[in-house]
Every structure is written in structure tokens, then in C-alpha cells.
Design a protein around this ligand. Structure first.
Ligand code: NAD
Length: 328
């Protein structure tokens, strides 16, 4: 995207999965990119995610909860991709206040900093489909009621709404994308804390069976990270996105059993075992979900391009090559 050439871009959560893939694409497009990441152990940040571009980005290890640091960092930027987040739903139940501080309070103070020192900045916030809760109908469009089933969903909703409010009230040009399950190179695969697909990939690469919760019939949609990055970059440049919320999604809706089959095919072998849902997960599970992404397709022209079979194959190949950098 040529519009990014020469732009001064800040990415919070820039050493994480989606942030690092976005950074790579922005660097290729000629942007000047600064990454902010706290590298809190057990979260998704991993310096190896930017090993191939580390001499072409600026890296600032800092916590978005540090309002003074953030006020300094947002100065002079053209765009902020606001991706830093506590992303584990289970952790949000064990440590709800931490989730509140990062996903809601810090978002508000970032926006306040922008209002004070850089009100002309463009912001794109990485929101989540989790805030819809258990779908009342499928596919879920942006008009679907929000009814989060966990603390993370509530705090991400607050984070999203702060962005929209600051856009409406103060003219800070912000928008939010409600991401669905995103996968690809750079995702955290240490355990099932963030996403079950991460640990599936790790176990498959290690030649061990992986577990599918429930009867495997549950439906989900998945986006390869390249498609997610396309959407973020389109949203960051298109004036039609300002003040708006868009779902991402995929036309390839799959059951978890089918996903397991596709992953095994992508890996050239492997084994999946159906096991009962762990109680703590069941309590915050949303059941079947897939999103309607007609709005972003119609308004911004975004559409996912990477098919699931191909995307999974690329992801498995990446982790086969770089296992040692991601296993702990
Ligand atoms: N991956 C998905 O499937 C998915 C789905 C819906 C929404 N999202 C959202 O997209 C964003 C990026 O997710 P991801 O999958 O890349 O996760 P990730 O964990 O790989 O990236 C998040 C990054 O934020 C950093 N971070 C966390 N707390 C921080 C803090 N207090 N200060 C500074 N940095 C901090 C982490 O170190 C990590 O590098 C998140 O906001 C997440 O809620 C992701």
C-alpha cells in the first residue's frame, strides 16, 4: 500500500503475533515504524517475531499502562495501530483487574494522550468478536447485541467504545475491527492460554496428539494473519472507516473436527482426540460463531484471500522451521 510510504506509525503490541506481521508489511510499504511492547512473560510478545526486520523498526519495551511513556510515544505519529492487549479469556477470569487495566483503563489513557498531544492521529483498534457473547443468530453482523460472557469481552468492549467516543466527541479519527480467530506465523503456541489452535499446532509439530474439546461440531471462522493485516492497513487509510466498527470473518466456516482434519492434512499426519470440555472453559464458551463481514467488504473492499488449507500449511511449515523460538 503506497499510502503508507513515509508515514510515522506506532504499533502497540508490536512484538506480538498480529502486530509483528503488521510491522513487516508496513516496513515493506515504506513506513517508519515504532513498536511498543511490554514483553510481559506469558503474553504473546516475542522478539523473534521481528528478527527479519529488527534493524528497520524502532523497538520500545514499555507498558501501555505507563501513561507518561505513552504520551511521549504518541507525539508526532500519523497513525497508531492499537493492538496491545491481555488476550487470554481464562486469565481475564483469574486476574480480572489486570485485564481491566490493560484492555480498558490503558486504552482510555492512550486516547487522552492523543487528545492532549496529537489529536490529528489516526487510530485503529484491534477489537474482538468475543464481545458479542453467545450468538443469537448466525452469521453475526455488527448489529448483533453485545453480551460478553467473560471479563475480557467486557474490557475489550470498553476499550473499543472509548475509541469510538473519542472519535465522535473529539474528532480523533479512530475505528475498530472486531477480529475473529486469527492464526499464522508468530502466534503464541506455548499452551492453550490464548487460543486452542496454537497448542494444536505445537503438538502436531511435536508429533503428539492434540485435544478437541466437546464433540467437535462447534463452528468457527478463521482469518490468516495476512488477511487481518490487510484489513488493518485498509482501515488505517480509508476515511470511510473513521468512527466505525467492522467485523472480520471468513466464508470458510468449519467445525472444530474439520479444522483438526485440515491441520492434520497440512502437517502430513497427526492425531486429534475428542475430550470433554474443561469446566472453566465451558463456562465462558460462546458456542457456534461465525461473523458476517459484508460491511467491511462493501465499505472498504476487504475480503480474506488466504484459504484455510493453504494458511494452515504455511503456519505448520513456519513452526517446523522455528520451533525452538516459540516453545517456551
Ligand atoms: N489473535 C486473535 O485471534 C485475536 C482475536 C480477536 C482480537 N484480537 C486482538 O488483537 C490484538 C493483538 O492480538 P495478538 O493475537 O497479536 O496477541 P499477542 O498476545 O500476540 O499480542 C499482543 C501483544 O501485546 C503486548 N502487551 C500486552 N499487554 C501489554 C501492555 N500492558 N503494554 C504493552 N504491551 C502489551 C503483548 O506482549 C503482546 O506482544 C489484541 O488486542 C487482541 O485482543 C486477537
Amino acid at each position: 500500500m503506497q499510502q503508507y510510504a513515509g508515514k510515522n506509525v506506532l504499533i502497540t503490541g508490536g512484538l506480538g503475533f498480529i502486530g509483528s506481521n503488521l510491522a513487516r508489511r508496513l516496513v515493506a510499504a515504506g513506513a517508519r515504524v515504532t513498536l511498543v511492547d511490554s514483553l510481559i512473560p506469558e503474553y504473546g510478545g516475542n522478539p523473534f517475531n521481528v528478527h527479519d526486520i529488527e534493524d528497520r523498526v524502532e523497538i520500545n519495551v514499555c507498558d501501555v499502562r505507563d501513561r507518561y511513556a505513552m504520551e511521549y510515544l504518541v507525539r508526532g505519529r500519523d497513525l497508531l495501530f492499537n493492538l496491545a492487549g491481555q488476550t487470554s479469556h481464562l486469565d481475564s477470569m483469574d486476574r480480572p483487574e489486570t485485564d481491566l487495566e490493560i484492555n480498558a483503563a490503558a486504552q482510555l489513557s492512550i486516547l487522552e494522550s492523543c487528545r492532549r498531544v496529537n489529536p490529528s492521529i489516526r487510530l485503529v483498534f484491534a477489537s474482538t468478536r468475543q464481545l458479542y457473547g453467545r450468538p443469537e443468530y448466525l452469521p453475526v453482523d455488527e448489529k448483533h447485541p453485545v453480551r460478553p460472557v467473560d471479563v475480557n469481552g467486557i474490557n475489550k468492549l470498553a476499550g473499543e467504545y472509548y475509541h469510538l467516543l473519542y472519535s465522535d466527541l473529539y474528532g480523533i479519527r479512530a475505528c475498530a475491527l472486531r477480529l475473529t480467530n486469527t492464526y499464522g506465523p508468530g502466534m503464541r503456541v506455548v499452551d492453550a492460554r490464548q487460543t486452542f489452535l496454537g497448542i494444536w499446532i505445537r503438538l502436531l509439530v511435536e508429533g503428539k496428539p492434540f485435544q478437541v474439546y466437546g464433540d467437535g461440531a462447534q463452528l468457527r471462522d478463521f482469518n490468516h494473519v495476512d488477511d487481518c493485516v490487510d484489513a488493518l492497513m485498509m482501515a488505517g487509510m480509508d476515511e470511510r472507516a473513521v468512527g466505525r466498527v467492522f467485523n472480520l470473518g471468513s466464508s470458510e466456516v468449519v467445525s472444530l473436527a474439520r479444522l483438526a482434519e485440515l491441520l492434520i492434512q497440512a502437517g502430513g499426519g497427526g492425531e486429534a482426540k475428542l475430550v470433554p470440555f474443561p469446566a472453566a472453559r465451558k463456562a465462558i464458551d460462546i458456542g457456534d460463531y461465525y461473523g458476517d463481514y459484508a460491511l467491511i467488504r462493501g465499505e472498504l473492499g476487504w475480503e480474506p484471500r488466504v484459504g484455510l488449507a493453504e494458511g494452515l500449511a504455511r503456519t505448520v511449515a513456519y513452526y517446523r522451521q522455528h520451533a525452538a523460538r516459540y516453545w517456551s
